[in-house]
Design a binder for this molecule. Structure first.
Ligand code: FUB
Length: 339
């Protein structure tokens, strides 16, 4: 990932034009995964810190160590920080880089899914369990068997099944895998070859393991062809999220180096999904990562930007704004700083 952009930007102007303000400003937060559990909003973000690690394309400067869970009584209420819910020191298999997490609820138990690097530098995904949505969460002793890469997102379908989506290229290491197998020699496909897709697996009933071999998702263009790796404005990079609207499955994601949050629609949780357009235009900072959550009768986009830190890419702040759909189910593109 490139250097942060602190030069020549008038952040006072940007902050005035911004369509929303940080939900909290006492710590830096990013990658907000929002859910309504038992009628209350809970947000599971990354907790950004300055770990003093130099910038590089692998994102090593994202040196996060723990997770805090936030709650809101309603969408206009104050965002409450419920403190540390899980620390990397308590995760036996993980060494560092607690990146974007997500959470799920089943039968009164809460599950926190999180990526982290093992001592060998390889990302895997872990799960930690609690009786409360705000934790503390007790991590499983090992990572989820067969898991890899980053950015887990768990979708509960209307039939009660839970699916986990994950993957991210570059620092997220997805380019090192084909058919769920690691090979250090693998790289991203060539520009005219099919792009790497995000990965999905049904979760086992106990929510602690995959119930099946993970499968690669296809994101198609308007002609039904898989998006190619050189289509940087539309191809999947990281930050998977799935929500259901009018019985259709919406798969949304970040395009990484072109900084869009885009979406594609499909008829089932495994896809294929057909590319539709952009949900969010680029924010201040390199990364963009979001979640989409229905609160009462409205839909909201939780996202982040680096405006509070004046453009420091790894010091981000979570925000929320409303999503509007057109009659045909398409989402109106949001410009984070007005038009
Ligand atoms: O927060 C660290 C990484 O940055 C996340 O895992 C990516 O999605 C990007 O937001």
């Amino acid at each position: 990932m490139p250097e942060d952009s602190t030069e020549q930007i008038n952040f006072e102007q940007i902050n005035k034009k911004a369509i929303s303000q940080p939900l909290v400003s006492h710590i830096y937060t990013a990658d907000p995964s929002a859910h309504v559990f038992n009628g209350k909003i809970y947000i599971y973000p990354s907790h950004d810190i300055d770990a003093g690690i130099p910038f590089n394309d692998n994102g090593d400067h994202f040196g996060m160590e723990d997770y805090h869970v936030f709650s809101m009584e309603n969408i206009n209420a104050k965002t409450i920080d419920n403190g540390v819910a899980l620390h990397v020191d308590d995760v036996a298999w993980a060494e560092k880089q607690m990146w974007a997490p997500d959470a799920a609820c089943k039968n009164g138990k809460f599950y926190l899914y999180f990526p982290a690097k093992r001592a060998n530098g390889i990302f895997q995904i872990g799960v930690a369990v609690s009786d409360s949505p705000i934790g503390p969460f007790l991590p499983e002793p090992e990572a989820i068997k067969g898991s890899y890469s980053i950015d887990p997102a768990v979708f509960e379908d209307t039939d009660g099944k839970h699916y986990i989506y994950f993957g991210g290229i570059w620092g997220g290491q997805l380019q090192k895998y084909r058919n769920n197998k690691f090979d250090a020699n693998h790289e991203e496909p060539l520009a005219d070859e099919p792009a790497l897709g995000p990965i999905v697996a049904l979760l086992r009933d106990d929510m602690l393991e995959f119930a099946e071999e993970p499968r690669e998702i296809k994101i198609l263009d308007e002609k039904g062809k898989v998006l190619v790796a050189g289509d940087n404005d539309r191809r999947f990079f990281e930050a998977s999220w799935v929500h259901k609207y009018n019985d259709k499955y919406y798969f949304s994601y970040s395009t990484g180096d072109t900084h869009f949050i885009c979406y594609a629609i499909g008829d089932n949780p495994y896809g294929p999904f057909t590319y539709q357009g952009r949900i969010l235009n680029p924010v201040v900072g390199w990364t963009s990562h979001h979640s989409i959550c229905k609160v009462e009768d409205e839909w909201y986009l939780f996202y982040h930007d680096s405006s509070l830190s004046k453009g420091i890419t790894h010091l981000r702040s979570m925000k929320v704004t409303k999503i509007d759909y057109l009659e045909d189910g398409s989402i109106i593109t949001i410009d984070p700083y007005g038009v």
